[in-house]
Design a protein around this ligand. Structure first.
Ligand code: ADE
Length: 222
């Protein structure tokens, strides 16, 4: 079982998402475990402050290092497994299927979700093992990236999708993933008179060699 530890100031964001669908089933089957922690639990002032104004000036607020440091240390101390700490930032390494594959072999991963206009750079420098970006655009925080990364990792864990062969068939030698076009009934779909959207003949032929060739040709390696 792989454990995902999430540090956020918006724990509620995750509740609805993780209690649905295959992610929920995977938790019930104890294939994955997800713990969500409120960063404010590691503050010690009355207002539970997690941010402050930036040195050098500027309009935004910056997330402070102290609560994040304490949270990571305490969550790490729950076990002796020395989990990797993943931090989300648009400046991070681009998240790819291969990274998901590598992370799916971990026992426990701590995710730090930043908010506001940034996180104190010392968190990135000294506390994060991996800095990830899910794309070249700026979101309001690391919560959506955490969900994206957790879902991508989870579906690589045998039995989460329920079809182990599905993974064997799709994972490429360099740990990428092959995605090809798929069709199901009806063989011909006619939304209006004279228009016929057909399933490629090869897929109906029953010729597995040819079907494989077709999938290779039309597939995309990710
Ligand atoms: N935080 C804000 N934008 C992000 C992105 N694109 N990827 C990861 N973390 C982010």
């Amino acid at each position: 079982m792989i454990t995902f530890e999430i540090i956020t100031i918006f724990p509620e964001i995750f509740k609805c998402y993780f209690k649905e669908s295959l992610i929920s089933k995977a938790q019930k089957k104890e294939l994955i475990k997800i713990n969500v922690y409120n960063l404010r639990d590691w503050t010690d002032d009355k207002r539970k402050t997690v941010d402050d104004s930036p040195y050098g000036g500027g309009l935004g607020m910056v997330m402070k290092i102290e609560p994040i440091f304490k949270a990571i240390n305490e969550i790490k101390s729950f076990k002796k497994d020395n989990p990797k700490v993943v931090l989300f930032t648009p400046r991070g390494k681009k998240f790819k299927q291969k990274i998901a594959y590598d992370l799916s072999k971990e026992e426990r991963i701590i995710f730090v979700c930043g908010r506001y206009e940034g996180i104190d750079e010392r968190v990135l420098k000294h506390l994060a093992d991996i800095k990830l970006s899910i794309g070249d655009y700026v979101l309001m925080g690391g919560e959506l990236p955490a969900m994206v990364v957790i879902e991508t990792i989870s579906r690589l864990i045998p039995e989460v999708i329920g079809k182990e062969n599905f993974l064997k068939e799709r994972i490429t030698n360099d740990k990428g993933f092959i995605e090809y076009p798929q069709y199901t009934r009806p063989e011909v779909f006619s939304p209006e008179k004279g228009i016929y959207w057909k399933v490629p003949k090869i897929l109906i032929s029953g010729n597995h060699k040819e079907i494989e060739k077709w999938r290779k040709k039309h597939g995309k390696k990710i």
